[in-house]
Design a protein around this ligand. Sequence first.
Ligand code: C5P
Length: 410
Amino acid sequence: MELTLEGRRIVLGIGAGIAAYKAPQLVRRLTERGAAVRVVLSSSAAQFVTPLSLQAVSGLPVSTDLLDPAAEAAMGHIELARWADLILIAPATANLLARLRGGMADDLLTTLVLASRATVAVAPAMNQQMWAHPATLDNVNALADRGVRVLGPAAGQQACGDEGPGRMLEPDQLADCAEHLCYGSEPRLRGLRVVISAGPTFEDLDPVRFLGNRSSGKMGFALAGAAVAHGAEVTLVAGPVALSTPAGVNRVDVRSAEQMHNAVHEAAASGCDLYIGAAAVADFKPSAYALNKLKKSGDEGMTLALAQNPDILASVAALENGPFTVGFAAETEALEQHARSKLERKKVHMLAANRVGRPGCGFDADSNALTVYDANGETTLEQQSKVSLAHRLLVLVADAMDGSTRSESR
Ligand code: C5P
């Protein structure tokens, strides 16, 4: 497991809801990525999950009470508020959300939130009717306007037997969100509609064979999660990959380049401010699809006829009043020359190029290094995790988008 949260200090606040039973798992997911986690829970939350379990998995003292002299002597509540890089409240019950909205400071957790300058994120978990109640939605909107990040909830089966939105995000998803929030504390893409394509495309030859490539989709998925953390509304058009959907992302699964082309244009037509083409789209597909499995004929070889696929990125860049466009390029040599020529040929605003074949970088790896080209020059982003890289790239994109709105309005 990559230590993507190494050195990060997280206060995990646990509300008194049934989803609290997942809290020890969440602590593990955070600590195994390198974070130091200090758990804060109220006495009612301790009815659902014990401080002893949480202490055992976090390896740090657990705080339960605002007026606990022993805990205050070890680390006072103001000190704890200053210690945190991120305060993650999971589960956040309807009651807790209302108290946070009201600025209450009647227990340790709410007091910490008021006393801290750290990013605050809440993962709501409650009955679907309680979630849909105007009072709850109003509280959540007020908190979001104040800069609190709202993670989820997910929809599905609930402990009470109901079905609908109100389930807490899973520990893995919350750990991914925590990672993104630790990078992007300022939401640079707030309110923007972002479409991202990711992964390979598979071009079917016959019912059992296809032409594909080694793209894992990790970079595009990291960008989707990062864009959500930056406040964007994200549609992710994904080729065949084995990755789970980042929380808050609207995912559309496709297989071939043609399907990806159609899905991207459909998403772009319903409103898109930024398109990032991070997919490894097959340039060619078999000219014909064989309805039955192709057979060998004797010892002879076989020549496959290929037809060209549409260039998705270039077609989005050519749209009238189209979005800001960002492309990717994987090159084995002459990086700058190929990247600059792609930037001009496809008429995109920005192109992120990486040299494939370096150890630990590129396809299927967890890290990468990029050189980003645009009309104003180039920026090199050194080798780092794809999540960290996604954030750095989005900041460059946000800067460039700000610049292009300024020059348009001149
Ligand atoms: O394959 P190539 O190096 O030209 O890819 C550069 C960029 O163009 C990538 O962002 C890729 O997603 C995009 N592309 C595309 N449609 C294609 C081929 C590439 O959108 N048919």
